[in-house]
Write a protein that binds this ligand. Sequence first.
Ligand code: UT7
Length: 325
Amino acid sequence: MGSRILSTGRAVPRTCVSNRDLEMRLDTSHEWICSRTGITQRYVLRSGESLVEIAAEASRQALQRAGLRAKDLDAIVAGTVSSEYAFPSFACQLQRALGASLIPALDVAAACAGFVYALAMADGMMRSGDWKRVLVVGADALSTMVNWRDRSTAVLFGDGAGAVVMVSEPGPKGVLKSVLRSAGELWELLSVRATGPRCAFDDEAVRDAEDAIRMRGPELFKIAVKSVEEVTREVASGAGVDLSEISLIVPHQANLRIINAVMERLGLDSSKVFTNIDRYGNTSAASVPIALDEAIEANRIHDNDIVLLNACGGGLTWGANIIRW
Ligand code: UT7
């Protein structure tokens, strides 16, 4: 018995911040942000807005497209590092918002690789356990964790959520293999303290340097390219799939230059990758499921296609899932 993605959904906050908007408050430029990252705009939570509500909107969309109700779910797995509470978990808050039954609900904390990790966890449980219908969500709001006066990080992140409904199913379709990796010794390349206050884009207060997201960008860039290339090759060969058989790669959207460098190293044409970083920025664990939902909407994924998801983020954590659609 395997697991298949039956439907997807996505949602973002209503506030869109363009690079031009950022030029008004930071010593930065549209040209710098665009050429170094590929980002032109991002959606951010305002003070008082709830990421759980955004995730619930994405989840309701996925459930509706699956023809299921929240009460039909056997479990909720949320890839996130943005819960407002240490407990209850984000998944428990989501379970309440959706009105799901007394099912297991849990978070997977793997930063930007959160959705790839969560999908692998759900797939494993569906193969070995009695979960048949699972909601897997990637949701993050890293815009509330940056120091909005630090141009080196403030321009990078956007907020949002993506959701998929997975069903267990016999046969050749579904998740073929996942590979997950971590390197805790590299944690200082990208980190944020759990104790920092939420400081939204429109808040007067800003996080101080100690509490805000800290990133050693250029070092992380090199490791991300190498590790994502390696894990992509590994998951494909582990599933007995040649790279040339991949129909579409849906990567984590951290930097367009990272995505292009990985594609070049894999020897794959740019037509085989889906990107939307220009409109969303880096939405952390939400980026892969948001991109997946848009790829489906854009008719880039068809029956029986081989689709590969990959991501790298704080931890460090990285991983990939390969799926027969
Ligand atoms: O999602 C999790 C995984 N994330 C990643 O893997 C991110 C990996 N890293 C990156 O994507 C890139 O390193 C960044 C986008 C973060 C930075 O791009 P970069 O090309 O590596 O720039 P840099 O940090 O080397 O900075 C180059 C210059 C510096 O100025 P000097 O020292 O050369 O005079 C920075 O001060 O650009 C300056 N700079 C900026 N200038 C205008 C940094 N941020 C900005 C900015 N606007 N926002």
